[in-house]
Design a protein. Structure first.
Length: 230
């Protein structure tokens, strides 16, 4: 190679703002919700909240809103799927003999979410309208009472290695407790949302081949462990 070094137009790989939400404190809106069957527990569900972070401006190249319809454009912020809980929702019995009912635990989460969204009236209006939890969640997704409402969130994460060999995180909400909440309306004062810290809100990958939530214990937690507010 001959000639002088050029220091113009040097192209580097990596870096930049990731397109996906990362563990931490973030202001998010909900794009949609879904109940995802949990294959490791019969009739178990993972309650998935598809969320988007703040508008990052014209320099941010987000994911396409619909890969099959370019006219819809791209997301203006980071996006991610956030699980309502680290654990799947399923009928179970605790070690002390307490019965846990899947649908009741999902309803408790829904109540907390609607409180944060200031949409408890929507949930109350659903009384006796649905025969199944699936019907209720479908209505919530279709009617979208969450649209454009900003939530202060603490996003916890479980580390795994993706197909490209790089570390990534499965996001989930930490459980409610007496000292804080995983999400609240952006307008709430004073804030009660957990302040994110790695020691409490990151589950490091074990030194084995486990790389997803699906490899963990799937028994539903006890009422106290679930940490839902009534």
């Amino acid at each position: 190679m001959s000639g002088k070094l050029s220091t113009k137009d040097i192209k580097v790989g990596g870096g930049g703002t990731p397109k996906t939400l990362q563990p931490g404190n973030e202001v998010c809106t909900i794009n949609s919700v879904e109940l995802r069957p949990f294959k490791f527990k019969k009739d178990g569900y993972e309650f998935i909240i598809n969320m988007e972070g703040p508008d990052l401006g014209s320099s941010f190249d987000g994911f396409s809103i619909d890969r099959n319809n370019a006219s819809l454009g791209k997301h203006k912020g980071q996006v991610g799927t956030v699980k309502a809980s680290q654990w799947a929702f399923a009928d179970s019995t605790t070690k002390t003999g307490i019965l846990i009912y899947r649908d009741q635990e999902i309803l408790k989460f829904m109540k907390n979410l609607c409180v944060a969204l200031d949409k408890v009236s929507w949930l109350s209006a659903q009384d006796d309208k649905h025969d199944t939890i699936e019907s209720l969640i479908n209505a919530f997704n279709k009617e979208a009472p969450f649209k454009d409402i900003k939530l202060n969130c603490c996003l916890a994460g479980k580390e795994y290695i993706n197909k490209g060999g790089y570390p990534n995180f499965e996001l989930f909400f930490p459980k409610f407790s007496k000292i804080g909440v995983p999400f609240e309306n952006e307008k709430a004062t004073p804030s009660k949302v957990f302040i994110f810290n790695n020691s409490e809100h990151i589950i490091k990958k074990k030194i084995d081949n486990v790389s997803s939530f699906g490899d963990d214990s799937v028994d539903a937690p006890s009422v106290d462990d679930a940490g839902f507010q009534l």
